[in-house]
Design a protein around this ligand. Sequence first.
Ligand code: PMP
Length: 449
Amino acid sequence: MSNKSFAERDLKVLWHPCTQMKDHEILPLIPIKSGDGVWLEDFEGKRYLDAISSWWVNLFGHCNPIIKDALKQQLDTLEHVMMGGFTHSAAIELSEKLIAISPKGLNKCFYSDNGSSAVEIALKMSFQSWRNQGFSKKTKFITLENSYHGETLGALAVSNVALYKDTFASLLMDTITIPNADAYFRAEGETAAAYAQRRFVEVDKQLAQNAEFCCAVIIEPLVQCAGNMRMYDPIYLSLLRAACDKYELHLIADEVAVGFGRTGSLFACEQANISPDFLCVAKGLTGGFLPLAVTLTTDKIYQSFYDDYEHLTGFFHSHSYTGNALGCRAGIATLGIFQEQNVIVTNQLLAKKMSAVTARFKQHPNVAEVRQTGMIVAIELVKNKHTREPFPWQERRGLKVYQYALSQGVILRPLGNVIYFMPPYVITDMQLEWIAEVAWQGMLLAVAD
Ligand code: PMP
């Protein structure tokens, strides 16, 4: 069977995510037959290095044998049972492990099956917690400029990436948007930390003004991934935690993309030494094997729901696959790899290599910035390095990088004109050198003319 025949069958019956399907008139869809480590292989034997971890989910390589073996055992025991009224050992064990490794104070786990749902759950819990305590005026959410928290209507409402949000704006709940501390916009000679502190003056004012009517602030710690991999200093998180305490707002940390070692620490919040009231995780939780998400919260929040049934203060929210046993088992295996293999230290070394292999991009006249947080490196392409005038988005320069990289056997899927690497943690130094070379050649092609 050829790639072409699979692609033709696919296009008759499937509708792909985040895609203008007409693009596939010119962009071939790539059917994947198998995966092995950082590699994916198509039906004609061509291999692709997955440099963006399949939308950031894959931590330890495709078909990782440890996770696969754990799943095989679970398959022989229990595939799934509803969590209303029932439980199972995988969900209990995973929760115990998650609570042990996550920022202190988070000690209850509520499961769902994707990052957007984990966010919806945090929003609903925050709202209802205040309501249960008699604060019925608290109904709104505070979010950051350029944020992204998922595609369902609640998660989209607290997001601020125009491409995903604007079409649906009239459907979405009203939110309050506060300044972020995107270091891309710091003044010349200003540190990211100083910029964050400067920006926080306005943030503090807005929090003070709105807290009475607001439930929580939601934030992507350290990196706004879908918002073009924009990064900011951890001090913003520390200031935000303190302000949320001062003004009685919950803090929701959405670590769906940055959790599990991606930023150089197990959770990004650790770098600011803070604990949120809600922590949302998904993506890498199962090592990229199965859809599973968790919203962790505190005993204090949990207790605000705990009462006699007639008071109707329970959290009446469910998903059919909540706490799926296979997903939980993959999660336990994934956390086991962290525990046994010194992953954070390895990642710190890999991050150094990522920095070295992308250093030469900094000098290029069409690169405004090369930025990095741990295992995320982003290269921002612009028309003019000095004014930072962007390329018109309609020119789709990033797509040219994507196409070139594919031809060379590397999967890079730029966000607009931002090329980024977010590889599985099992990538080697040599592979990093190679993907950087491919990105370099792709960039030269994309910015020509
Ligand atoms: N939050 C963040 C920070 C994300 O990056 C994403 C997905 N890219 C989501 C939430 C939504 O997760 P999912 O795609 O699993 O719904």
